[in-house]
Design a protein around this ligand. Structure first.
Ligand code: NI
Length: 256
């Protein structure tokens, strides 16, 4: 069993071959895929794809760099989508200071991160968290809002092994994708070494972040095998064990 916990098949890069490709990926052994919304529009698109394809589930939520379309009414609309059983999480939500240097805009990111955490708590759904160049504020906001009461994953994890352990202590999973296969990814490799396999989820973030040997190409969920193989090497276990444990982790988190 292979469980892909983070991809964006709503992306326009798949407009030409979306459903054929999903079918091919499934035939190549990827059993379950979560299509993660990032903007308001992509949340609705993820919802549609999940309702067309058996093995695809959706997360709905608004990424910190896509907040322009978000307001109370829109959030109510996203909440309504979660009544559908194919919607299994709120995400991706969080903080991204890489692109945002303005303090007021960063405050706005915090505001909507908190609102969407509250929504997940209210709905008893897990969260998929995006955090880039904002380690301290992410941890602080999560602690202030008792995020340890909400199950979730730190997707595309990019911080230190020490910080990962702190997230794991709060009950969070660490999402590991193609970056772990890059030569210069020592920090992420160290993180994988230092946290238990029981806290790792496999992801691709397709169409982005293709693993070696496909770096720079359009990503796809069956490339997850390169991620799993690298994790198996680091942990010195059989790749099948990586699939088994991470699938169990994902099933538990998303209730599938
Ligand atoms: Ni993503």
């Amino acid at each position: 069993m292979i469980f892909e916990t983070h991809a964006h098949y709503d992306d326009e890069k798949y407009d030409g071959d979306r459903f054929e490709l999903l079918n091919e990926i499934h035939e190549n052994g990827v059993d379950t895929i979560i299509d993660v919304g990032a903007s308001v529009a992509s949340s609705y698109d993820a919802y549609d794809i999940a309702n067309k394809v058996d093995y695809v589930y959706a997360a709905v939520g608004v990424h910190p760099s896509e907040l322009n379309d978000l307001n109370n009414e829109v959030l109510e609309g996203l909440k309504k989508l979660t009544e559908n059983e194919k919607v299994v999480a709120i995400g991706e939500i969080g903080l991204d200071y890489y692109w945002e240097k303005d303090e007021d805009a960063r405050d706005n990111q915090k505001y909507w991160f908190k609102r969407q955490l509250d929504l997940a708590r209210e709905l008893s759904l897990p969260v998929i968290i995006h955090s880039r160049d904002a380690a301290e504020d992410t941890m602080k906001l999560m602690k202030e809002n008792k995020a340890e009461e909400i199950p979730g994953v730190i997707h595309c994890y990019s911080y230190s092994p020490e910080m990962a352990k702190e997230f794991v202590k709060m009950g969070y999973y660490i999402g590991v994708g193609g970056v772990v296969t890059f030569k210069n990814s020592k920090k992420l490799k160290d993180t994988v070494k230092e946290i238990p396999l029981e806290s790792i989820l496999l992801e691709t973030d397709a169409p982005y972040l293709s693993p070696e040997p496909h770096r720079g190409e359009r990503n796809r969920s069956d490339y997850i095998k390169f991620v799993a193989e690298t994790i198996a090497e680091i942990k010195e276990v059989d790749v099948q064990k990586v699939y088994d444990v991470t699938t169990e982790n994902a099933k538990k988190l998303f209730g599938i």
